[in-house]
Design a protein around this ligand. Structure first.
Ligand code: EPZ
Length: 427
């Protein structure tokens, strides 16, 4: 088992480059199955979720070649069986994108129920609603595999009951080859939805309106290959912005799209953080006190739920009482107990957390999911003393080289290996 050990109190300063977006590449890699020629995907982050997606593609028969550290050549033309291996699909949420893509390509898909972070029930009824509108039928077999099948896929109007990111993406993927026009209403508007649409259009799809709540897709028959660069990760950038603020640092975040950061930028400014925007970078500085704030998570362009734990960690270091309301997921405050071990004063009532600002002290804590893990790192950087974080595989699922990036900014952070015998002795 590995742990992250942080000696808190160092002020972060310097520059950090943001990697490609996890949740964009999680849709784009499965989407390469549609291409009838080689695709080159650039700005791919080196994270576990990408490794798992590439393993799925490779086991299915794709030819994958690393061109350099972040560019990958993928040829999927040899994939002939629309089945995703169970042992890999269960490791991540995004495996459900193979349902839409295989349905489009083969009129049939078999994928096990997806894994991913656990913060309450994560239904996928809207994905099925969309597939059914296009003419597909679905069933679950005894082994827990989802089967989706259609004789033909026909464009249709799909109204989503909620603006689900995953359902919008899956329906887009299934509709790109359906006959005629598909209209997705109440679509999600997150930057990675626009990025997927741009990738699909670059290989020949006809998608309009991505980034608004109505997406129109004219089905086409053939897809070419393309070279495509993934957008920067909004949440990775937001995490470093908050980390910089929590240590009262001065950090320049490079290779980003400042527009995507606005929901986070505006909240940090209200807390007294100085945020300076440039064309493709953003500078974070704190010179005065950090002030309290009230935040509600909302679908884009609202404040992202995937920044909720990190921002709550920051609120524990601000002056006064802040409120964080979680509006997207039912149970995304599981990490609060871990922050309490560090002295945080947080009370949770349902989907609302009340945070009394103060000082944190280092402690042994656990990453309960990906963004909760990022929150522990932020708390550890801001705390007095040493914080040891367990379950760091969650963090590595979604953050490229976090330890190296933070070390370059001046953090005292390292990964240590805990031998099996030591764990057994402690039990
Ligand atoms: C995506 O999850 C992200 N995952 C999540 O990021 C993110 O938290 C979430 O969008 C919201 O932004 C990936 O992109 C791989 P949803 P997704 O469908 O698609 C309800 C991270 O940390 N809902 O937009 O699964 C659902 O219960 C991860 O990077 C239904 O009821 O989220 C939730 O309350 C974690 N029925 C809300 O909608 C459905 O069929 C939003 O879910 C689908 C969703």
């Amino acid at each position: 088992m590995e742990k992250i050990v942080i000696k808190g109190g160092n002020r972060l300063s310097g520059e950090v480059s943001i990697s490609g977006a996890k949740n964009a590449v999680a849709a784009i890699l499965p989407a390469t199955i549609l291409a009838e020629e080689t695709c080159v995907i650039e700005n791919v982050p080196d994270i576990y979720d990408v490794t798992t997606l590439l393993s799925i593609l490779s086991e299915m028969g794709a030819e994958i070649r690393m061109i350099n550290r972040s560019s990958i050549s993928i040829n999927t033309t040899r994939i002939s069986r629309p089945v995703v291996p169970y042992h890999l699909a269960k490791q991540l949420r995004a495996s459900y994108y193979f349902l839409g893509v295989l349905l489009a390509k083969f009129n049939h898909a078999e994928v096990s129920f997806p894994g991913g972070c656990n913060f309450g029930t994560r239904p996928i009824d809207q994905h099925f609603k969309g597939f059914r509108c296009l003419g597909a039928q679905d069933s679950i077999d005894q082994g827990g595999m989802i089967n989706v099948h259609a004789e033909t896929l026909t464009g249709s109007r799909v109204y989503l009951d909620m603006a689900s990111v995953g359902a919008t993406i899956n329906i887009m993927l299934a509709a790109v080859k359906a006959q005629g026009l598909t209209v997705i209403e109440n679509a999600a508007k997150e930057p990675h939805i626009v990025d997927l649409a741009n990738f699909l259009n670059s290989i020949g799809a006809q998608i309009m309106g991505a980034g608004t709540d109505v997406i129109k897709i004219h089905g086409v028959e053939r897809f070419t290959g393309a070279t495509y660069s993934v957008i920067p990760d909004q949440i990775e950038c937001g995490t470093y912005m908050v980390a910089a603020a929590s240590t009262r640092g001065d950090v320049l975040l490079k290779n980003i799209i400042p527009k995507h950061m606005e929901p986070i930028t505006s909240k940090l400014q209200r807390m007294g953080v100085d945020v300076q925007e440039f064309d493709d970078s953003i500078r974070i500085r704190v010179s005065g006190v950090l002030e309290k704030n009230n935040i509600k998570t909302m679908p884009y362009p609202g404040f992202p739920t995937d920044m909720q734990p990190q921002m709550t960690a920051l609120m524990t270091c601000a002056e006064g009482t802040s409120i964080m309301a979680e509006n997207v997921w039912d149970n995304r405050f599981q990490y609060v107990d871990e922050l309490r071990r560090m002295g945080a004063k947080i009370s949770v009532d349902g989907k609302v957390a009340v945070v009394e600002g103060g000082e944190l002290t280092g402690a042994p804590v656990c990453a309960t999911d990906l963004r909760a893990g990022a929150a522990m790192v932020i708390a550890g950087l801001a705390a007095k003393g040493v914080t040891e974080i367990e379950n760091i595989n969650y963090i590595e699922r979604g953050y490229e080289n976090m330890i190296q990036k933070l070390t370059k900014l001046g953090a005292d952070i390292r990964k240590t290996y805990v031998p099996e015998q030591e764990i057994k002795r402690a039990l």
